[in-house]
Design a protein around this ligand. Structure first.
Ligand SMILES: [Zn+2]
Length: 344
């Protein structure tokens, strides 16, 4: 850690609501960014530039060319290198602010990994693309009384809701039942323009900064909803939902965190790919790489082994045993490919 650099942050400390005290709180702050895609890139970059002392980047995927229009922490070299997003993003962020501690976590947020990935954190920010991860974060934060910032962007639309368990509406207050897979538009089906992610990520970062400097009184049960194409900006008052509460924020019901919901294979947003979770944690990637060398072209780094296993099908296996099968959205086919080439 470098000593505090007052000149570096002079334009922030001059902003009265933040001030030198707020800057010190940012330096002591510990944030987890869940998902390091379009939103997570913006959030992580803004927070690290602002002087947040510790940022954990949680992401399960690798960057692709189709990510580059909006995932501002990655470049063409990252796509070519095939490093996990969390690792590539951490390297860029360390260049931006060498005083920040950046902790990449190449992992999937599940009931089994929630405690290790979300523990020791003050504020969690949503950069994810799926409801399972969001419900896990919501339940973790409701259980531990932690604030988190929910955000989403699709097409030219965005929304942001800051959640303070017990004070504001939570995600389950807003979305009582998680939507069935395929029932909502995604960035696969509806597309997305980069500025929508920049706006939502920027607002999420501002909310996280306010929470870290103690501006909890600024949080309300108002959700920002915007449409950059139609020039619509509004907030929706959720205080009636907050007053009533839900089984999670009022009743202590945590079905995702306790593994009663979730855990199925998932099609990845923005990817022609399916993730298959491991039967057991961990795998010997060196042995796997040598086994797959007889099947097709293999590339390996300390985090991932990737192999072209069938025409049009790429298999990527991570150190935690997860596999991503690219070239299909058929979950049954993805599972059978993993069983055939990885085992389990
Ligand atoms: Zn609730």
């Amino acid at each position: 850690m470098q000593a505090f650099d007052p000149d570096r942050y002079s334009r922030q400390t001059r902003f009265t609501p933040l001030g030198a005290d707020g800057q010190a709180r940012l330096a002591a702050g510990r944030v987890a960014v869940v998902g390091c895609g379009a939103l997570g890139s913006v959030v992580a970059m803004a927070l690290v530039r602002a002087g947040v002392g510790f940022v954990r980047l949680i992401d399960r995927d690798v960057p692709e060319r189709s990510n580059l229009p909006r995932q501002v922490l990655f470049d063409e070299a990252d796509v070519a290198a095939g490093l996990p997003k969390a690792v590539a993003a951490a390297r860029h962020l360390e260049q931006i602010n060498s005083a920040a501690v950046i902790e990449p976590a190449v992992a999937d947020l599940t009931a089994a990994t929630a405690a290790s990935l979300l523990g020791g954190i003050d504020v969690i920010v949503d950069g994810t693309d799926n409801f399972e991860a969001r419900f896990l974060v919501n339940e973790w934060c409701c259980r531990h009384g932690l604030p988190w910032v929910h955000g989403g962007a699709i097409g030219a639309e965005g929304r942001v809701l800051t959640i303070l368990p017990g004070r504001t509406a939570c995600l389950r207050c807003l979305v009582p039942e998680p939507p069935a897979p395929g029932s909502l538009p995604t960035c696969d089906t509806a597309g997305i323009i980069g500025p929508a992610a920049l706006v939502v990520g920027g607002v999420e970062a501002a909310e996280a900064i306010k929470l870290l400097v103690g501006g909890h009184d600024k949080a309300s049960s108002r959700m920002l909803v915007c449409d950059l194409w139609e020039n619509v900006w509004r907030t929706i008052d959720l205080s009636a939902l907050a007053a009533h509460g839900c089984p999670t924020c009022r009743g202590g019901d945590f079905p995702w965190l306790e593994g009663r919901l979730g855990g199925r294979p998932t099609a990845l947003c923005g990817r022609d790919a399916v993730q298959v979770l491991p039967a057991t944690q961990g795998i010997d990637l060196v042995a796997l790489a040598s086994r797959l060398a007889g099947v097709g072209s293999v590339t390996a780094n300390p985090w991932i082994v990737r192999a072209q296993v069938e025409p049009g099908i790429e298999l990527a296996v991570f150190t935690d045993g997860r596999a991503i099968v690219s070239g299909t959205r058929d979950e049954a086919r993805a599972r059978s490919i993993v069983a055939k080439y990885v085992g389990g």
